[in-house]
Design a protein around this ligand. Structure first.
Ligand code: ADP
Length: 312
């Protein structure tokens, strides 16, 4: 199974003609709510892509879900909605606890040019502490998926517990920030986009060739490094070799969620025992498909769509 430890947010989106300056009040559109948080998005992406055993004909409890989400939401309306949405995707949320704190919220304003400004209030996500994680929650995990929207100490502890359980530990080092070597020493696969790669290496991977060099540099810290390159796909460097996987050409209309779709597909493919190069190919297809629809969770593709593209 896959264990995701990470953030769960409600995204509140308002469209504006232009962004306000400090002290100014502007009127915007009706607001929309979207399910978000990198952790939750990646859990949903993985759940939609994981091959699941055909459910038994008889009614009764459904088969053990392939994805478990460990996180925190508030005991408020948003928290309930988000937790239920994960459940509906077949994700095990027994370790996604509602606590006395506001649910994480992202306030997103989008102007007419499509430029956005975002304020994230982590709320309950920042109350997930290392001591809240128990080894039992990682039992049977083949893949553990982590990002950086919960406290770093918790990410580190989750990586440690994932290793102990014999899982492959994936860190999507987003949003970009400095990472202690102590955390990286527990990671098997580091996945970053171009901006995060620049932050970690000091070099901007402008081309796939450049990105391979940067990934090679980063393998000093983590055995396997993947850099996603938007429409150029992704490169990977691992002890088994290296490669560039182009993305399929698509009509991209909204790239939100592409990175999360990539991670979810990568995790699902590795969980099924596929080799890294194939898992990266799955990630590239899922990422590309996510750009053809608007929104984050709403744009994440299903297994059938990805398989059709891969001609599986
Ligand atoms: P992030 O959203 O984290 O910045 P990327 O932009 O690198 O991540 O996108 C992740 C993956 O999604 C890429 O590796 C690629 O496979 C796919 N993707 C993103 N944008 C496009 C695009 N315009 N056309 C095709 N595939 C894309």
């Amino acid at each position: 199974s896959i264990v995701v430890v990470g953030s769960i947010n409600m995204d509140l989106v308002v469209r504006v003609k232009r962004h306000p300056v400090p002290g100014e009040t502007l009127l915007g559109s009706d607001y929309e709510t979207h399910y978000g948080g990198k952790g939750a998005n990646q859990a949903v992406a993985a759940a939609r892509l994981l091959a699941r055993p055909t459910p038994p004909k008889s009614a009764g409890p459904s088969p053990a879900p392939g994805v478990r989400m460990i996180g925190r939401v508030g005991q408020d309306e948003f928290g309930q909605q988000l937790r239920n949405a994960l459940k509906r995707e077949g994700i095990n949320v027994s370790a996604t606890l509602p606590i006395v704190a506001p649910t994480g919220v992202a306030f997103i304003a989008i102007d007419e040019e499509g430029q956005n400004t975002i304020i994230v209030s982590p709320g309950a996500n920042h109350r997930l502490r290392p001591e809240h994680l128990s080894p039992a929650e990682f039992e049977g995990a083949r893949v553990v998926v982590l990002q950086l929207e919960i406290p770093l100490e918790t990410v580190r502890r989750a990586a440690e517990l994932g290793r102990q359980a014999g899982a492959q530990v994936i860190l999507n080092a987003a949003p970009a920030q400095k990472l202690p070597d102590k955390l990286l020493s527990h990671i098997d696969i580091l996945v970053v986009n171009e901006i995060e790669a620049l932050g970690l290496s000091g070099v901007k991977p402008d081309s796939p060739e450049m990105a391979l060099e940067v990934a090679q540099l980063l393998t000093e810290k983590v055995p396997t490094v993947i850099i996603t390159l938007g429409e150029q796909g992704a490169v990977w460097v691992s002890p088994q070799g290296r490669g560039h996987q182009p993305a399929p050409a698509v009509q991209a209309i909204d790239t939100t969620g592409a990175g999360d779709a990539f991670i979810g597909a990568l995790a699902a493919a590795l969980c099924e025992g596929r080799p890294l190069a194939q898992a990266v190919a799955h990630g590239c297809v899922a990422g590309a498909l996510a750009t053809t629809k608007t929104g984050a969770q709403s744009s994440l593709p299903w297994r059938e769509e990805v398989c059709a593209r891969l001609e599986l």
